[in-house]
Design a protein around this ligand. Sequence first.
Ligand SMILES: [Zn+2]
Length: 369
Amino acid sequence: MTTRPPASPGLLERPGLLERPGLLESLADGPVICAEGYLFELERRGYLQAGPFVPEVVLKHPEMVRQLHRDFVHAGSDVVEAFTYYGHREKLRVIGKEELLEPLNRDALAIAREVADESGALFAGNICNTNLWEAARPETQKAARAMFEEQVGWAVEAGVDFVIGETFSWLAEAMAALETIKAAGKPAVMTLAVAERVNLHDEIDPVEACQRLADAGADVVGLNCLRGPATMMPIVEKVRAKVSCHVAALPVPYRTTPDTPTFYSFKDPHCDDLPDGRAFPSALDPFACHRYEMGAFARKAYDLGVRYLGVCCGAGPHHIRSVAEALGRQPPASRYSPEMAKHAYLGTDPVIPESYKRYGRLRHPPARS
Ligand SMILES: [Zn+2]
């Protein structure tokens, strides 16, 4: 393992940190928006490989990661989350590059912190599913705990405001992650990924699992990833009714249904050439939610009392802007939100020539309902 000095100074040296509200103060004040899904967005942009899904882009193209953080903050994200998702020891072992572990984590944290500092956003560390945990194999649990400890340690050194533990399919693994975060003295946002079969791997209902995480000291509990708005909402609603702490909801922006409850489930009837016969992960485009659907989800969740809102794999800045606007915000990107009154054919503004408005009515009539 390489040893490098911390990429950034510690907590007390972070400019402005002590004056700025932290996660809990921000949640007390109103909703907190967290953009996620960096893996998918950077895969689409051509800087990250689907399959392994390891964020080597942090080291190879740090400018792309920095820009993506900026794009999401511009669109309304209140949180800059260090891109350490799947930057853990097990994933780096899978691609044979364990030596990159520490530099990747430290650099991801430094990049996120830079954008958080320049924008005033909250700065979050991240740990996640290890893909190693087995209930019957204590050695896997020991290894997972060691992975959490090293990543949380680097996050604390970088001065994070809080740590996100996400995409867990084992309650026991999420509990171990939570213990590590709390032992480090940081607020914890803990989110579970609920697969087609609703119970977690340890045969616990996710609503009950959220309750246990809350009882164990999680500051925010909820769901992220796998499920789109339609199939995440019913579970989130139950979580909100069950726990007394804050609740998180970060669906994927895809049109999941009771028959296809997660984005792993989609098959595309219009295409026979999908590599594995399934749309996940690189042919999900026909199933994408548009921005208004994501805004509607956020508003509905907010009305239920959910205060930590975001979008996971598949999220683009347009989704985040719509979430922000649905919550009554006007982030900088709202300067460029649609204004169809000035459209050449569909516009109604007096500056649009009447003849073109007429062409618009004749040639582009509204779709029949
Ligand atoms: Zn995700």
